[in-house]
Design a protein around this ligand. Structure first.
Ligand SMILES: [Zn+2]
Length: 197
């Protein structure tokens, strides 16, 4: 629904400069679109809230992302994470909403930290510790770990490296103790278990 209104607005927008009537139609469609976007944001916020205790959101680096195809650009500007973040902060309080740097979260093994240069396919395979796991789930676990432990960002050789603050604790041992049971139980890992909702 949002999309169809969006497409209509786009076609009206091209004509808007030429006629006053088109200008009024444009105003109508952008209002509708705003309302729909708002409902959409509230719905996403509600779902995120029901899944998690403390909420970790990826930092939105819009400027960096506005480089690819037009379709991609439109998607980014419409899925307005800033607004969703604001809604969640309003409901949960600032202390319970964490912005996380997603950099590298899909290329590193969440269990041992090995870097996988092959980013194709739905399955992440670690050549170091042998972990085979759904790629998006691996990325989500990486983000969860960044939220739980905190992290530092370092630059070296022109590349950024995000490092967990694990204070010398064994990453693999933590993973096997905390993450593995939740996967065997068929559950998706969220902050829900330790959160009070
Ligand atoms: Zn590994």
């Amino acid at each position: 629904m949002h999309t169809s209104s969006f497409e209509k607005r786009r076609s009206v927008q091209r004509k808007a400069s030429k006629s006053k009537k088109a200008g009024r139609v444009l105003a109508k469609y952008s209002n509708r679109e705003r309302n729909r976007a708002r409902r959409h944001q509230l719905e996403i916020a509600r779902v995120i809230q029901s899944l998690c205790g403390p909420v970790g959101l990826e930092e939105l680096k819009k400027q960096g992302m506005f480089t690819r195809s037009r379709i991609w650009n439109r998607r980014i500007s419409r899925s307005d994470w800033r607004s969703i973040t604001r809604i969640l902060v309003g409901r949960l309080g600032e202390a319970r909403v964490v912005e996380l740097d997603p950099y590298g979260s899909s290329s590193y093994c969440s269990r041992c930290g090995w870097e996988n240069k092959d980013l194709n396919g739905a399955v992440f395979e670690c050549k170091e510790c042998g972990l085979r796991i759904n790629r998006q789930l691996n990325a989500a676990i990486n983000l969860y770990m960044r939220m739980s432990f905190g992290y530092t960002e370092k630059w070296g050789g022109g590349r950024k490296r995000v490092q967990l603050r694990m204070e010398g604790a064994s990453r693999v041992a933590w993973w096997d103790r905390v993450v593995l049971p939740s996967l065997l139980g068929g559950c998706v890992l969220t902050g829900g278990a330790e959160g009070d909702q």
